[in-house]
Design a protein around this ligand. Structure first.
Ligand SMILES: NC(=O)c1ccc[n+]([C@@H]2O[C@H](COP(=O)([O-])OP(=O)(O)OC[C@H]3O[C@@H](n4cnc5c(N)ncnc54)[C@H](O)[C@@H]3O)[C@@H](O)[C@H]2O)c1
Ligand SMILES: [Zn+2]
Length: 357
């Protein structure tokens, strides 16, 4: 088993990575009381719920099975969790257990932050994206009609248990979308990891479990390091948004669901790399190299054909990362080192978008 700790003083927690952890690891020891509530969705329940419930023998356990989909990541769906907790008389000593991808994890974490002003929760992520990103770092919440993730809290779990066996059932597009976020860590902060990913890319695409466990570990280590430095995104944590300002524009323009988040981030990272090369910060070949990796993963290299550069700028200006009206972008100062800057000309941003269209 691979293990690391997210270091946040008294709120530190372990992240464990290995095959068959749901069935074999002693994670149920993180449930302090005799009550628990498993939150999952209708797709994941038939696959993995039984495995989890089998570990909770002797406890009073409730199950909430949410509808599947980002469109259900709302306050009204969240109420289903509170309804069940109250109907089944869960006290402040209960533990919530998130079994699923980022949608289930974000919602369960937020429910845990709110229920009786805060109860403990455990993350059992089942998508690659949730294993390397959303389950780690304590951002929880739901969407509002006027904006994604606009209602939420910083709230850390007791532990993150990553059973790599669950990746076997993940649809191919979801898997590739998660790999985009894995590449992100190499690009922003870990050049040796980026080189390693490139060297092992075929094996990762074939879902080699040993390679995946290593890639997840390195991703979580990178995320944990950034979060430990800047838990509430006062500064450095923003580098985790490489490609995201461009990507959110694509997600918004196409309507949520057509492009997966990781797909939009992939194209967004390529735009950020293009712009970084235009500024003379990274070599031209590095843009090609990134494009090659994305292509091999069948991730998109071009924005939607009908999206103009003006539309990008308009949507990017509304992104929540914009401060004081200046466009703030995460770019690559060099390969393996991201910076946040608001000193790039709009004309250059337009140039980078046009270059990829
Ligand atoms: N909290 C954070 O820091 C953070 C970071 C990044 C993303 N997010 C959030 O995460 C969400 C995206 O997460 P996601 O990409 O995991 O999407 P998701 O939770 O919607 O899961 C993707 C799809 O895969 C299915 N699925 C999950 N595990 C499966 C498995 N093992 N086998 C088969 N199918 C499976 C799900 O039911 C769903 O249909 C977004 O809401 C995003 O805002 C949060
Ligand atoms: Zn992301």
């Amino acid at each position: 088993m691979r293990e690391l700790t997210l270091d946040l003083g008294e709120r530190s927690y372990p992240i464990r990575i290995a095959p068959a952890l749901l069935a074999e690891n002693d994670w149920p020891a993180f449930i302090a009381g005799n009550q628990a509530c498993v939150v999952t969705n209708e797709t994941i329940a038939p696959l993995y719920l039984e495995r989890v419930l089998a570990r909770l023998d002797g406890k009073r356990v409730s199950v909430v099975t949410l509808p599947d989909g980002e469109e259900h990541k709302t306050l009204s769906t969240l109420n289903q969790i509170f309804d069940r907790l109250l109907e089944d008389n869960h006290t402040r000593k209960t533990t919530l257990i998130a079994l699923g991808g980022g949608v289930v994890g974000d919602m369960t974490g937020f429910a845990a932050a709110c229920y009786q002003r805060g109860v403990p929760f455990i993350q059992l992520p089942t998508t690659l994206l949730s294993m390397v990103d959303s389950s780690v770092g304590g951002k929880t919440g739901v969407n509002h009609a006027l904006g994604k993730n606009m209602i939420g809290a910083f709230y850390q779990p007791e532990c993150v248990i990553i059973d790599t066996n669950t990746l076997a059932t993940l649809p191919a597009r979801e898997f590739a979308a998660g790999l985009a976020e894995v590449l992100k860590y190499g690009l922003i902060a870990d050049l040796p990891f980026y080189n390693w990913l490139e060297a092992n890319w075929d094996g990762l695409l074939a879902r080699d479990t040993e390679l995946l466990a290593e890639a997840i570990l390195r991703s979580c280590e990178n995320k944990a390091r950034v979060v430990a430095e800047d838990e509430r995104e006062g500064g450095r944590r923003a580098i985790l948004n490489l490609g995201h300002t461009f990507g959110h524009a694509i997600e918004t323009a196409t309507g949520y669901g057509r492009w997966l988040h990781g797909e939009a981030v992939a194209t967004g990272m390529l735009m950020a790399a293009r712009l970084s090369a235009d500024l003379g910060w990274i070599a031209e070949e590095e843009v090609e190299r990134l494009a090659g990796l994305l292509k091999r993963a069948q991730l998109p290299l071009k924005p939607p054909a009908d999206m103009s550069a003006e539309q990008f700028l308009g949507l990017m200006a509304r992104d929540k990362k914009v401060l004081d009206g200046r466009l703030r972008l995460v770019l690559l100062r060099r390969l393996g080192e991201a910076i946040v800057t608001d000193e790039v000309d709009q004309a250059q941003v337009v140039g980078a978008i046009e270059a990829l269209r």
